[in-house]
Ligand binder design. Structure first.
Ligand SMILES: [Zn+2]
Length: 1044
């Protein structure tokens, strides 16, 4: 390429030449004479009328309202209202052949409606302020039009007061700043884009790079050639730019796979309801871009959002279906929502994929081949196996680029999960899922790539995100220019499938990362919004039990109707609340209210379904069609018969349970119930009755023959002894069950982050309100109660409960919590020495260090776990169990459970009020595997259920598993086949084992299946006299189909 000069060679002043070109396209300086100032031609006013609605209403409803004249600049609102505008416009006939836009600049997010259909989203923040009325106005096009514009009184990022993540300002007012018809000079826009790209190449490649100087001289010459007032001078400038862009790369250059994307948080700084409109606005805009740009590909995740658009914008949905078929609009991810990667249970994770993949398959005949989770706060080590089981071998995320301490060493690598399953994983090296198609996105991608020489392909996801918005025509125009420009990576408009197939084809040099992808940030999200965490855990266990007992009822009662539709609805609510800003607690108060209401819905309906199933089961088949009604008898005995006790877990349980709650009296029984079965209530006598007594030194001694605990006046434990081996569990001269309070002021992300320095502000909670006293003393149960003052605003009341035959001590805790930026935890310093502690995760467990040797170790000062954590040395250990908590830390020999936080943003009232939760401490001999820690943690979470006595008067078990290492986690009806059960089992000890599954149900056929419940014909099922023989590798999940 040569610059045909008509003047002397340019001077060697890089700065002046560069700045000259920048000013030529500046929207601030010299717009009177520069190119930018020529973007719009003539303009013409439009007539506006408005109607304000406090609610989100439909278009039809909006049309029927009384609209009043509106003048540009008038304010409307406040926050969360909707202002509907009627826009009456007349395009001057003199604008023939011109490109005509409606220019709309307003606060809030807007949707244009034309002829009753949504046609275009408009947001100033998302750089969408034009609705194109005509690309070249013809006489036969309509010149007079009536449009409606629906303006939500919230921005792309909600309405934070002062800062983005501050609680929303309820009084914020909004306005339209500009609404007019304009002539849009397309040729000016095209040339501006050329200039912008050239200037950016100069800046991004920098003074070390000769291409930067070639670009500099080219762009300077373009300014020389171009006279803004004379469009006939534009083509020569454009051809100079084009010649530069078309100088090609060599064969070795990196390839960037550009994919349009629009990350829409299913709820965050705005409520779920607004997300539905965000999807509508963002996706209709995507469809408009697809109509003009047939090469444009858009990746779109979260089946739930598709479902919303299907219900609320049916015409848009059918356009989406059309472009899905064409391969431009690509559903990705395979999950119901982009869920949190840490807190949902194993079965919840499976259901995310089951609901997501089945939805995409039913709606679009697509099974996603990649898991898509760019924005979640860490990734469970069990995800690779769950992905593989759901037909997925590829994974895309980027959030680990947010690590505060350590830089993750790969962008493209194999991620190996807990069981050894591997998935090909890609972190877009640009460290963003909302790029803008700019030169810097490409250079960043190239430079940041930590797998240079191993992987020559990367993803660039472009489009406004988080609050929606998506790609723009400008982004497409930018990328179109530099598809193969020497010095920049090649750009290919691409799809996840082509990216990953390129990466697979060059995967021989890729490294492997084994175990969890721990995010070294946002560790407060394991604890924030405790009611949401509790709702999640309780609803997970409730739906588990509903499914188990409904399956048992189905097997015993031909007429029982398995509640297919209702269970799907409830699961979908639960899965929705697992979205990555809801279950972590990083959302505004409006979202918390919605989430808690959904949990209430699940509890209400779930309890009814449970009752129906137990009633059907209890009546031995005579309940007929009662499953669909609410008319079942009380869960407890109604006096007309005896009471049966039901166990949904796959081991025999012997527990103290309360059998007559209706009568008001505490009527305890020590019951024994077979695995996945029931038994008449028949209280047995314990080997050793529980004893509790005040001691001379003011302490209280509790003993059940397994544990002996000594409780101080302030509720701390001075001693906890495992009687059977005379072993003290607590560290000498320090107290167990010690509540501690920390200052909790992070650097910015309030609800999200707890920083390492909070550990230096530890203060024990010592002020006793009511000293420990014996509350109840029966041979099956003893209770000690005490109260503490945390501050003048907060208190703790706790019942320490010891049950007969129970190997753990329970702490039923009630906290009235009204703190600000404080973190409440409870500590157990134990007599155990070990370099690592074990934490339960989805379908398994993993170890994390108890020391701070390296930066990778100390970055994990606060970690997540599910129902239990354990610290063991050879032959002895202590487990800390919980019924709704997720935050843990074990440092040296102090085991800590995180209880409550008090952040003020984005929810100013987060966690204020009353909380109930239970945790338990369990010293054990041997290993935690051999001492049934895992089973005990399940028992603590899955209560025995009481219902009317079944007709069969003998204990009955539906399923049992021969090995204690194997847990039968799930029993549900198949999604495809009625009267076919899906059983999900996993190996929980971390070993290789053969187990026999036995059932008393009339099973006709057994098949292996994947997590999507598709038969696996390649794996034969071994049926023997001992039962169904299953071979497990460590942490392997096995799913079976049982045909009844
Ligand atoms: Zn997000």
């Amino acid at each position: 390429m040569s610059l045909r000069r008509c003047h002397e060679p340019v001077l060697k002043n890089r700065r002046t030449l560069l700045e000259r070109a920048e000013k030529f396209i500046s929207d601030i300086y010299f717009t009177d004479c520069n190119l930018r100032g020529r973007l719009y031609g003539e303009s013409c006013p439009v007539q506006l009328e408005s109607f304000l609605s406090p609610k989100r209403i439909s278009f039809t409803e909006a049309c029927e309202q009384n609209f009043a004249p509106y003048k540009v600049g008038q304010t409307f609102g406040p926050t969360w209202y909707t202002c509907w505008f009627r826009v009456c416009l007349n395009i001057p006939s003199s604008w023939k052949t011109k490109e005509v836009h409606l220019l709309w600049e307003s606060d809030g997010e807007a949707m244009v409606w034309r002829n009753g259909e949504p046609v275009q989203g408009l947001t100033k923040e998302g750089e969408k302020t034009s609705y194109v009325l005509s690309e070249a106005l013809q006489d036969d096009e309509p010149h007079s039009l009536l449009l409606y514009i629906e303006v939500s009184c919230n921005g792309l990022f909600g309405a934070g007061q002062g800062s983005m993540i501050a609680a929303p300002d309820p009084k914020k007012m909004f306005s339209v700043q500009r609404a007019e018809l304009v002539i849009f000079n397309h040729d000016v826009q095209q040339l501006l884009t050329d200039f912008e790209m050239m200037v950016d190449i100069v800046k991004e490649l920098g003074e070390q790079d000769q291409r930067s100087f070639q670009a500099l001289f080219t762009v300077n010459e373009m300014v020389n050639l171009c006279e803004p007032t004379d469009p006939s001078t534009f083509p020569r400038a454009r051809s100079l730019a084009s010649a530069f862009f078309n100088q090609r790369n060599g064969e070795s250059q990196h390839t960037v796979h550009a994919m349009g994307h629009c990350h829409i948080d299913s709820a965050w700084l705005w409520p779920y309801e607004e997300t539905i409109r965000k999807c509508g606005r963002s996706w209709v805009t995507v469809i408009r871009l697809m109509e003009k740009n047939p090469e444009f590909i858009f990746t779109c995740s979260q089946a739930q959002q598709f479902q919303w658009v299907k219900s609320w914008y049916p015409s848009l949905y059918s356009q989406i279906q059309h472009f899905v078929k064409k391969g431009q609009f690509i559903p990705v991810g395979g999950t119901w929502v982009e869920m949190d990667g840490n807190l949902p249970s194993g079965e919840s994770m499976v259901r995310q994929f089951l609901e997501g993949q089945r939805f995409f398959s039913q709606e679009f005949e697509i099974y996603c081949k990649e898991f898509w989770l760019p924005d979640t706060f860490g990734y469970s080590a069990q995800l690779p196996q769950i992905m593989q089981g759901s037909g997925i071998s590829n994974f895309l995320t980027q959030k680990l680029s947010w690590n505060l301490v350590n830089t993750f060493p790969h962008n493209t690598f194999f991620w190996e999960g807990l069981d050894g399953s591997k998935v090909l994983t890609h972190f877009p090296p640009g460290n963003s899922y909302e790029m803008k198609g700019k030169v810097e996105d490409l250079t960043k991608t190239l430079r940041n790539n930590k797998d240079k020489g191993r992987a020559n392909h990367s993803a660039v996801l472009f489009g406004f995100g988080d609050g929606g918005g998506g790609p723009t025509q400008l982004m497409l125009d930018r990328l179109q220019r530099i598809q193969d420009t020497d010095g920049l990576p090649r750009v290919r408009m691409s799809s996840p499938n082509s990216l990953f197939s390129e990466l697979w084809s060059q995967s021989e040099l890729l490294c492997t990362w084994s175990g969890e992808l721990f995010l070294e940030l946002h560790n407060g999200t394991y604890t924030t919004q405790a009611q949401i965490k509790r709702g999640n855990r309780q609803c997970e266990t409730l739906l588990h039990d509903v499914e188990v007992y409904s399956c048992l009822a189905l097997s015993q009662d031909q007429s029982f109707q398995y509640p297919v539709d209702r269970l799907q609805e409830l699961w979908r609510l639960l899965l929705l609340n697992q979205f990555h800003d809801v279950i972590p607690g990083s959302c505004i108060e409006l979202v918390v209210e919605d989430a808690l209401r959904y949990y209430e819905d699940i509890r209400d309906s779930g309890s009814r379904l449970l009752k129906n199933a137990l009633t059907a089961l209890g009546s031995g088949g005579s309940s007929g069609g009662s499953s669909g009604s609410n008319s079942g008898s009380s869960s407890d005995s109604d006096g007309s018969g005896s009471v049966g006790v039901f166990n949904s877990l796959c081991w025999e349980r012997q527990e103290v349970t309360q059998v007559h709650s209706d009568t008001g009296g505490s009527d305890l029984a020590l019951v024994q119930v077979p695995s996945v079965g029931f038994s008449p209530v028949k209280s047995a006598d314990p080997h050793t009755p529980v004893s509790v007594m005040d001691q001379a030194d003011g302490t209280i001694l509790m003993n059940n023959g397994i544990l002996r605990a000594v409780v101080n006046k302030d509720g701390t434990l001075v001693s906890l002894c495992l009687v059977t081996c005379s072993r003290e569990a607590l560290l000498d001269s320090s107290n167990g069950n010690q509540f501690v309070l920390f200052d909790d002021v992070p650097l910015y992300w309030d609800a999200w982050d707890v920083m390492d320095y909070h550990l230096q502000t530890r203060r024990p909670v010592v002020e006793v309100l009511e000293p420990a006293r014996v509350l109840t003393s029966e041979q099956l149960r003893a209770t000690v109660r005490f109260s503490l003052r945390i501050s003048d605003k907060s208190t703790i009341t706790q019942d320490i409960v010891m049950d007969a035959m129970c190997p753990y001590l329970k702490f039923h805790t009630q906290v009235d919590w009204n703190e600000s930026h404080r973190f409440l935890k409870v500590e157990f310093p134990v007599q155990v020495h070990s370099p690592s502690a074990t934490y339960e995760i989805q379908f398994g467990h993993l170890q994390r260090p108890t020391h701070h040797n390296t930066s990778w170790d100390w970055a994990r000062f606060e970690v997540w776990g599910h129902k239990w954590a354990d610290l063991s040395e050879h032959n002895f250990g202590v487990a800390l169990l919980n019924d709704c908590k997720y935050g843990y830390s074990v440092y040296k020999n102090v085991m800590t459970l995180s209880l409550l936080r008090a952040p003020k943003a984005p929810d100013a009232n987060a966690d204020m009020g009353s909380h109930q939760f239970t945790y338990a401490i369990m010293p054990h001999s041997g290993s935690f595997q051999d001492s049934s820690v895992i089973q005990c943690a399940y028992n603590l979470n899955y209560p025995l259920r009481l219902a009317q006595h079944p007709l069969q008067a003998v204990p009955w078990s539906a399923f049992s598993v021969s090995s204690p290492a194997v847990i039968l986690e799930t029993i549900k009806q198949s999604e495809e086949q009625t009267r076919t059960l899906v059983l999900r089992l996993y190996e929980s000890h971390g070993g290789t084992v053969t187990a026999a599954l036995n059932t008393s149900l009339p099973v006709r056929d057994v098949w292996h299946c994947d997590l999507l419940e598709r038969r696996d014909l390649s794996r034969a099922v071994s049926l023997t006299a001992q039962g169904i023989i299953l071979q497990f590798k460590p942490f392997q999940i096995i799913s079976l189909l049982l045909v009844l």
